[in-house]
Design a protein around this ligand. Structure first.
Ligand SMILES: [Zn+2]
Length: 236
């Protein structure tokens, strides 16, 4: 599919090396920068603004900020309804610690039970957009479960590498989503080394934190939501 900036709903415009600023194509599959081996940061055309009125009518998921997210074509979005989690007011704890007000953004309400859903939904959506057929992740738990769930939704192969001592609930969830689970005697850094070995031919996309540019683009929606909810415009 030929991509022109005008044909897209996303305002994604650049990918830059976080070390030296060198530019990379936002239309091609990228991992870390070739120049510095550092994360690539997405940039957006901010001249095209998104009005508050338009935003208020949107669905209650992180995809309400579509223009400021990197997925170029809507049909590539792999969503399980992540984001737009509620902000709860914790009166009892506030009183106990003599705070004027205490609020909690309840990220446990995301699909797969943690904020990792945001980043993995985004990474797997972009992987789908680039025609990726399988992903791999070293994990201590939550991120592996999230990747397995989104890969299942996308019909992609998933390999999760986790320490053998990871709680059974995380392992079971990965199995249930159809992921290949590799257990390692060691910690998360040993899992990262094993994942590298397993993927030495590079046939899987490594979606470790900051190894591809887009998980962080999912996580940033927490900030957008807090800003929007804090000014009293959250949908009911
Ligand atoms: Zn660089």
């Amino acid at each position: 599919m030929e991509t022109t900036l005008q044909s897209l709903v996303s305002h994604l415009s650049t990918l830059s090396c976080s070390g030296c600023g060198k530019q990379y194509s936002p239309f091609e599959k990228q991992t870390v920068s070739a120049c510095c081996q550092l994360p690539l940061l997405a940039g957006y055309n901010l001249a095209k603004s998104l009005s508050k009125e338009v935003l208020q009518k949107r669905e209650g998921t992180m995809w309400r900020y579509l223009e400021m997210l990197p997925v170029l074509h809507k049909e590539n979005i792999v969503s399980l309804g992540e984001g737009y989690t509620p902000i709860l007011t914790l009166n009892n704890l506030a009183k106990k610690y003599e705070l004027r007000s205490l609020q909690l953004k309840d990220e446990g309400q995301n699909p797969t039970g943690s904020f990792k859903a945001r980043g993995l939904s985004m990474a797997i959506s972009k992987a789908k957009e680039h025609g990726v057929e399988g992903c791999i992740i070293p994990t201590a738990g939550n991120a592996g479960v999230a990747m397995a769930a989104y890969c299942a939704k996308a019909g992609m192969r998933a390999t999760v590498v986790m320490p053998r001592h990871t709680p059974k609930a995380f392992r079971d969830e990965c199995y249930w989503y159809g992921a290949e689970v590799v257990l390692v005697d060691g910690l998360i850094n040993d899992c990262a080394a094993r994942a590298k070995e397993l993927n030495s031919a590079g046939e899987l996309l490594d979606v470790s934190t900051l190894k591809e540019p887009y998980r962080i683009e999912g996580k940033k929606t927490m900030g957008y939501e807090i800003a929007e909810q804090a000014i009293g415009n959250c949908p009911t």
